[in-house]
Ligand binder design. Structure first.
Ligand code: ATP
Ligand code: LTN
Length: 328
């Protein structure tokens, strides 16, 4: 069975882009593959966070992943910071990655908004920790949204370089992107991706939004000049985003969906309805699970043990390969 790993940050609230681009596909993958999913708290602290809020969000996100359908008896669900091997392998990989290749990462350039001087060093080395997350589990497939493609290329380069210099140690992974929904855009700013950290509450549809809120956000979605409904992300970013969302929510292709519409209003209303129905079961299950957070914490303890059983031997292999003397 192919091994799969992916991660999500416990930063803001999880949104429709995270759901369609990643989480929903993980739920399907768990039954077909040997899968590992982690809540990447160590990645979250690369940007200043309130400590109490970070703790709360880590638990909340785990609850939400279970509500979305990840079954801890089927997959391994864990918190990155509970498995110390991630930080340790990350250090070793930092000794293999170069400044130049990290400087090319577009996510760093976007996130270091206040300038390089004040950005945290870890924001710069963030993709190396991500490579450690993946390589520790010998993951063959990494299901992610489009924005992570570059980080996955870097991970592959680091693995290949390490193997070349120190002998075969890591499996070289592959990014798996969904055919529809890999890049959901902000409803108010359809040229920017929907994002947890963008300050755009009206443009971001949250998985836990009430139906009336979802309907309002779609009603006010920014569309394009002209009246024609066509899938053309370059010329018609707003309408194309709605078509992509409706297509992803109903298992069709955006161009095919476009054929059924002659005006924006109906497209907005139908997209809102489809999203409300898609997210309704997740929201309802979340409310049930939230009444017993202790149960989820127990799940996380079990997940960390299962994860460590795989990560430990991989780290030992990497330590030996690069020449670190063992304690025994
Ligand atoms: P942040 O804004 O804090 O970077 P984010 O919204 O990008 O957060 P992440 O935790 O970084 O969310 O990503 C979790 C997963 O969701 C990743 O696989 C990522 O590729 C995917 N994803 C994030 N945004 C979108 C989007 N707009 N469309 C499709 N997939 C997305
Ligand atoms: N960097 C990713 C989150 C992430 C991840 C991973 C994704 C951390 N570790 C390992 C896939 C595999 C993001 O910002 N979306």
């Amino acid at each position: 069975m192919a091994r799969v790993l992916s991660g999500i940050q416990p930063t803001g609230d999880i949104h429709l882009g995270n759901y369609l681009g990643a989480v929903r596909n993980w739920v399907e993958d768990q039954h077909l593959q040997d899968s590992y999913f982690c809540v990447v708290d160590l990645h979250a602290i690369t940007i200043p966070r309130d400590p109490a809020e970070l703790r709360a969000k880590t638990l909340e996100l785990t609850l939400l992943l279970v509500a979305a359908g990840l079954d801890p008896d089927v997959c391994t669900l864990f918190v990155q910071g509970h498995v110390h091997e991630h930080s340790e392998l990350s250090w070793i990989l930092e000794c293999v990655a170069s400044m130049g290749e990290l400087e090319r990462m577009t996510q760093f350039k976007e996130k270091a908004k206040d300038g390089r001087e004040s950005a945290r060093v870890a924001l710069f080395t963030y993709p190396v920790l991500q490579a450690a997350d993946i390589l520790l589990y010998d993951a063959e497939r990494v299901p992610v949204g489009e924005d992570q493609r570059q980080h996955l290329e870097l991970c592959r380069d680091i693995a290949l370089r390490f193997n070349h210099r120190y002998g075969d140690t890591f499996l070289v992974p592959e990014a798996i992107l969904p055919k529809v929904g890999a890049r959901i855009m902000d409803l108010q700013k359809p040229t920017a991706k929907m994002s947890k950290s963008a300050d755009s509450p009206q443009g971001t549809v949250l998985v836990l939004d009430e139906p009336a809120v979802i309907e309002r956000k779609f009603k006010r979605a920014v569309t394009d000049t002209g009246t024609e409904v066509a899938f053309d992300p370059g010329k018609k970013p707003g309408v194309s985003n709605l078509l992509a969302i409706l297509a992803a929510a109903t298992g069709r292709q955006p161009a095919e969906v476009a054929e059924g519409y002659s005006q924006y209003g109906q497209l907005k209303a139908d997209t809102a309805d489809a999203v409300v129905e898609l997210l309704r079961p997740v929201r309802e299950r979340y409310t049930e699970l939230a009444s017993d957070p202790e149960a989820v914490r127990a799940t996380l303890r079990q997940g960390a043990e299962k994860a460590q059983a795989v990560a430990g031997p991989t780290l030992a292999r990497a330590r030996a390969a690069i020449g670190l003397l063992s304690r025994d």
